[in-house]
Design a protein around this ligand. Structure first.
Ligand code: PRP
Ligand code: URA
Length: 209
């Protein structure tokens, strides 16, 4: 339906996603699952990273190997995106992490930016936006806009659950951005929550619900 959207069909992702959605899952387990699902979806989102050839000395002699040729920036959208950083960072410890603070105005559902820690000029070739929920799409569209204005060359959105409404909005505003998620759900309800979704991803991670 949307060529930009990649939905993970990895059995581990789907197993962990069901646990994440469960209303009985406590914040500690919820945070673990966010981290694990992000590792798996993050792997799928980075299969096209560039490599360069290197020479490696093993205990038995010389061989050829490859190393990442591109610098990666992880861009979590506060708050809920914070929990997605650790898992993906563990696999690419050389990545830089640049925080963007955005919350949705509860009444208008429009994104409100309150924090931006980007350096003056981009120092990375690939930016991975991290946010578990793509609901109306407002936060993601705003973040992509900030990164493009900053001069980011390649941007991908890595999430966990998306609503069709949010995908349409993001694809409509920024058709060049690949979207990687664990699931695309049914719809948004009248207060902008994804159904069936998982509730409030920030509150469930930080125990603030
Ligand atoms: C949530 C979520 C996204 C945003 C998605 O954040 O983490 O950033 O909503 O909604 P949208 O697609 O309609 O913009 P929220 O505003 O609840 O802030 P929080 O992460 O600080 O709890
Ligand atoms: N933000 C969330 O945390 N959950 C939703 O369902 C929508 C936006």
């Amino acid at each position: 339906m949307w060529p930009q959207v990649h939905i993970s069909n990895h059995p581990l992702v789907q197993h962990k996603l069901a646990m994440l959605r469960d209303v009985k899952t406590e914040p500690k387990k919820f945070r673990e699952l966010i981290r694990e699902i992000t590792m798996l979806v993050g792997c799928e989102a980075t299969t096209d990273l560039g490599l360069s050839e290197i020479e490696v000395r093993t205990p038995m002699g010389l061989t050829r190997g490859q190393q990442l040729a591109e610098k990666i920036g992880l861009v979590p959208i506060l708050r809920a995106g914070l929990g997605m950083v650790d898992g993906i960072w563990e696999m690419m410890p050389q990545a830089e992490v640049w925080h963007i603070g955005i919350f949705r105005d509860e009444r208008t559902l429009k994104p409100v930016q309150y924090y931006n820690k980007l350096p003056v000029a981009p120092r990375v070739q690939v930016c991975l936006i991290l946010d578990p929920m793509l609901a109306t799409g407002g936060s993601a569209v705003a973040t992509v806009g900030i990164l493009k204005k900053w001069g980011a060359q390649r941007i991908k959105f890595v999430g966990i659950i998306a609503a069709p409404e949010g995908i349409n909005t993001l694809v409509g505003a920024h058709p060049d951005i690949p979207i990687h998620v664990a699931a695309v759900d049914d719809h948004l309800n009248d207060i902008g929550y994804i159904v069936p979704g998982l509730g409030d991803a920030g509150d469930r991670q930080f125990g603030t619900g």
